[in-house]
Design a binder for this molecule. Structure first.
Ligand code: GRF
Length: 203
């Protein structure tokens, strides 16, 4: 499965996907990294790993539809089959999301459906939950609302602040995203009429 990763920033989840995909038995190949910001630090990390990495600066496009069309052209040119969003901070047009229905994943730093959007660690602390975590889900037009492929939980400790909690969650993100990608790329999880269908062997 030919995979593109879309980033906006440092790209630590991207690195975890690239490293996992280097294993010979991994069912996906990371063949392209795209960023919507030329200054995204992850671009250099992708290049260093030997992955073609380019910026498509959203500020150069007059509207979302033209940016999404440019993205689509790059993905089509590389015969991309599956897209992984990894800290990609741009909302797509519904048309783009529909075009990638069942073939686009995102990682979100909370136990969805709790705490959609940004500042999820602050949201978790404000809510007083004792468990927090991360979710890999299929992307649907509604933000952070897609069918869930995998989740991992971490405890919230007394005295946590957003940074200490984020540090505990990101460790799980780096483990969860490659595992979820392997499930989807390996055909053991798939989107079926708005729900995720799993093989019986998946725990
Ligand atoms: C991660 O916490 C991801 O879940 C969130 O943004 C952060 C991106 O970090 N959507 P990185 O760019 O993967 O290091």
């Amino acid at each position: 499965t030919r995979v593109a990763i879309l980033i906006s920033g440092r790209g630590s989840n991207m690195v975890s996907l690239i490293e996992a995909a280097e294993a010979p038995d991994f069912p996906a190949e990371i063949v392209l990294v795209l960023a919507n910001r030329p200054e995204a630090a992850g671009l250099a990390r992708a290049s260093a790993a030997g992955i073609p990495a380019r910026a498509i600066d959203h500020r150069a496009y007059p509207d979302r539809a033209s940016f999404d069309a440019a993205l689509q052209a790059e993905l089509a040119a590389e015969n991309i089959e599956l897209v992984c969003l990894a800290g990609f901070m741009r909302i797509f047009t519904p048309g783009f999301v529909e075009a990638w229905s069942g073939r686009m994943l995102n990682i979100h730093p909370s136990l969805l459906p709790l705490f959609r959007g940004t500042h999820t660690h602050e949201q978790a602390l404000a809510a007083g939950v004792r468990l927090h975590g991360c979710t890999v889900h299929y992307v649907v037009p509604e933000l952070d609302a897609g069918p869930i492929v995998a989740q991992a939980a971490v405890p919230v400790h007394p005295g946590d602040d957003a940074d200490s909690l984020a540090a505990r969650v990101i460790v799980e993100e780096h483990r969860l995203y490659p595992a979820a990608l392997a499930l989807v790329a390996g055909g053991r999880a798939r989107l079926d009429e708005g729900r995720v269908a799993f093989d019986e062997a998946v725990p």
